[in-house]
Design a protein around this ligand. Structure first.
Ligand code: KG4
Ligand code: ZN
Length: 391
């Protein structure tokens, strides 16, 4: 089975083409192509992602990136095939809100054969709704033109499954003991998710205000560091540790000891604001502040996760989302898991951020499950982008 996956939930346009094989109840994945086009340069001057701009950039970039992806997968066939009136009307009707994509789509059809997939999968949420819609409508048009099933995918489920690639182009779905626990830490989400199986999720707790990545980004902005701030704050924190800078600043660990699995990071950000406001911090004090901020976030994440692991007798922990790229957080969780014989899965560095590969992994599993249970496809008209989609 060959799958096309599309991701446009934030500021990355991404495609993946995967071959999936089911043998003896095992699922084998082969990545034929995986492309990501980041818009970071464009959003940087605004200090964050600007939804209308993200939408425009996705419209501009999807077709060129799709062509590159097909080429990488040896699926690009040039053919001056022209475009029928019916095809033209499918494109126009499907992209009434993404008009800039219409001429590009038309040119693609005029010059290339339509690629055939067994299924197309696309992120329908959560994320920035205008950005999500570009991918969703791109996918719906392709599904209509080729008569291919379209499978909607939850972006956060993608971040969970991103851990199975091991940085390889061939991998299988691991057999892990359930229940397992997933800690999702991204720019928009911070969640502890109890997994009763692949695809069976129960949210134990989530942030009541800012997400971890958002807090990193806001702290970076307070320190006039470029967007995305996570890696910048983390670099400064690492430097503080390396230089063994004296620790002068103490920040709170919000909600660390509350008897639930919810989080709150906006108070931490405000505490950083008060440490910075009207003060002329030296470079060493800034390094100290970044280290203490990263430590406070890590302490809270570790504490809550440890409690959940114990309460539910869990043997496997999965960490996913953009913030899982953070070296200090990764190391801290490695130590926690090594000390308590928990198997830890983290995404390889190429898939910590937003990408279509993780969407393809989930989409394939969903499609296989739907086929096995003879579940009807969701009609194309009913597939919609939803910025606040939950599991
Ligand atoms: O998952 P992701 O790529 O997008 C969303 O789905 O939100 O996460 C992006 C977030 C940003 O807030 C970014 O600052 C943060 O991940 N991030 C990091 C690091 N790398 C990315 N935060 C802390 N340390 C990092 N090394
Ligand atoms: Zn994400």
């Amino acid at each position: 089975m060959r799958i096309l996956a599309i991701e446009t939930s934030c500021d990355e346009s991404s495609f993946a083409i995967l071959d999936i094989e089911q043998k003896d109840t095992q699922t084998y994945y082969t990545v034929r192509a995986h492309t990501i086009h980041s818009q970071i340069d464009i959003h940087q001057e605004f200090g964050g992602v600007f939804p209308a701009l993200a939408k425009r950039e996705h419209q501009k970039n999807l077709i060129p990136l799709f062509i590159k992806t097909l080429k990488d997968a040896d699926m690009l066939v040039e053919e001056k095939r022209g475009i029928s009136e019916k095809e033209k009307s499918i494109i126009e009707a499907g992209l009434t809100h993404e008009k800039e994509l219409v001429p590009l789509y038309n040119t693609f059809l005029e010059n290339y054969q339509l690629p055939i997939f067994d299924a197309i999968t696309v992120t329908t949420g959560p994320g920035l709704e205008p950005a999500l819609w570009v991918g969703v409508n791109f996918a719906k048009v392709l599904a209509r033109l080729t008569g291919t099933p379209l499978v909607p995918v939850n972006h956060m489920e993608g971040h969970i499954l991103s851990v199975i690639t091991g940085g390889q182009t061939e991998f299988t779905l691991p057999q892990i003991p359930f229940p397992a626990l997933a800690l999702l830490i991204s720019g928009g989400h911070t969640e502890l998710v109890l997994m009763r199986g692949w695809g069976q999720y129960e949210i134990l707790g989530k942030t009541l205000d800012d997400a971890v990545g958002e807090a990193f980004d806001k702290v970076a902005r307070l320190l006039s560091l470029p967007y995305p701030g996570g890696p910048e704050v983390s670099k400064k924190a690492a430097l503080a540790r390396e230089k063994n800078i004296a620790s002068e600043i103490t920040l709170p660990r919000p909600m660390m000891h509350t008897k639930n699995y919810d989080f709150s990071f906006s108070g931490l950000k405000t505490a950083v604001l008060y440490s910075v406001k009207d003060k002329n911090l030296t470079e060493d004090q800034i390094l100290d502040l970044c280290r203490e901020f990263e430590q406070a976030v890590t302490d809270v994440l570790l504490h809550k996760t440890k409690n959940a692991l114990q309460e539910y007798g869990i043997e496997t922990l999965i960490i996913g989302g953009g913030v899982s790229a953070n070296a200090y957080i990764r190391e801290s969780f490695k130590t926690l898991c090594a000390d308590s014989s928990i198997q830890l899965y983290v995404p390889s560095k190429d898939v910590t951020g937003d990408n279509a590969l993780m969407i393809g992994i989930v989409g394939a599993l969903t499609h296989i499950k739907n086929q096995a249970t003879k579940k009807a496809l969701i009609p194309l008209d009913e597939i919609k982008a939803c910025g606040s989609l939950i599991f």
